[in-house]
Design a protein around this ligand. Structure first.
Ligand SMILES: NC(=O)CC[C@H](N)C(=O)O
Length: 244
């Protein structure tokens, strides 16, 4: 699997992202700087954690307007897989590739600890987990409180787009939402850090199946479990994804 990891000034988890991708069997990712205007030919784009532009204005707001994000939006619109973790999730909501917003944690403090999550739905990203499995990942954020209007939350729930839910909600997120996918199921954003739970030395290997699942989805060319993916999208994806 060929992948790109997007790097902004203030990103800090790009080496962890690269390591997780490699451990799952992917090629060494290409690091892409935020001022670039094009993506290399890849099967997956990952937006890593950190504090892009120091979280000024709102976490992810400046990064979402970076030149590279136009290319990421085009890539996602063509059906390419995009994973945003923590600050990456914030960037994806600010870029409107995912609905809703990540607000200040309800406790008003930075939360940095291991948390338990329930895998709510198996999709192109979570296919290597049993549905309903409870996994442990670390989380480390001050703006992880997922919020959206009632209609959006109802849609996310009704369409099976809540991928991960907190068992012990650390930040006040609506409906305990920890991760969601877009309408076509090819963009996943999540606050906890699966890339920091990929080897025993880190205290958990529970994050590794997320990465092996993405490698498997790329290898199979598509995932039959993508929720309501329009036929046209699937065809376009086959044509543009080198891994398809
Ligand atoms: N670990 C991270 O990606 C931090 C996310 C974000 N900047 C926050 O603290 O809310």
């Amino acid at each position: 699997m060929k992948s790109a990891v997007i790097v902004f000034p203030g990103s800090n988890r790009e080496p962890d992202a690269a390591r997780a991708i490699r451990l799952a069997g992917g090629d060494d990712p290409v690091m892409v700087w935020h001022t670039d205007t094009e993506l290399p030919p890849v099967d997956l784009v990952m937006i890593p954690g950190g504090f892009a532009h120091g979280d000024y204005l709102r976490a992810g707001a400046i990064a979402a307007r970076s030149p590279i994000m136009r290319a990421v939006a085009d890539y996602a619109a063509r059906g390419g897989y995009v994973l945003g973790v923590c600050n990456g999730f914030q960037v994806l909501t600010e870029a409107r590739l995912l609905p809703g917003a990540l607000m200040r944690n309800a406790c008003l403090t930075f939360v940095c600890r291991k948390i338990r999550l329930k895998v709510e739905n198996t999709n192109a990203f979570t296919r290597d987990y049993e549905r309903g499995a409870v996994v442990t990942y670390p989380c480390a954020h001050h703006d992880g409180n997922y919020r959206a209007d009632d209609e959006t939350i109802a849609r996310l729930e009704g369409e099976g787009r809540v991928a991960l839910r907190y068992v012990d909600n650390p930040n006040g997120s609506a409906n305990d939402i920890a991760g969601i996918v877009n309408e076509t199921g090819n963009v996943l954003g999540m606050m906890p850090h699966p890339e920091n739970a990929v080897e025993p030395l880190l205290g958990s290997t529970d994050g590794l199946p997320l990465f092996t699942g993405m490698v498997a989805s790329v290898a199979s060319g598509d995932s039959p479990e993508l929720p309501r993916r329009p036929l046209l999208d699937r065809l376009i994806h086959r044509n543009v994804s080198p891994g398809a």
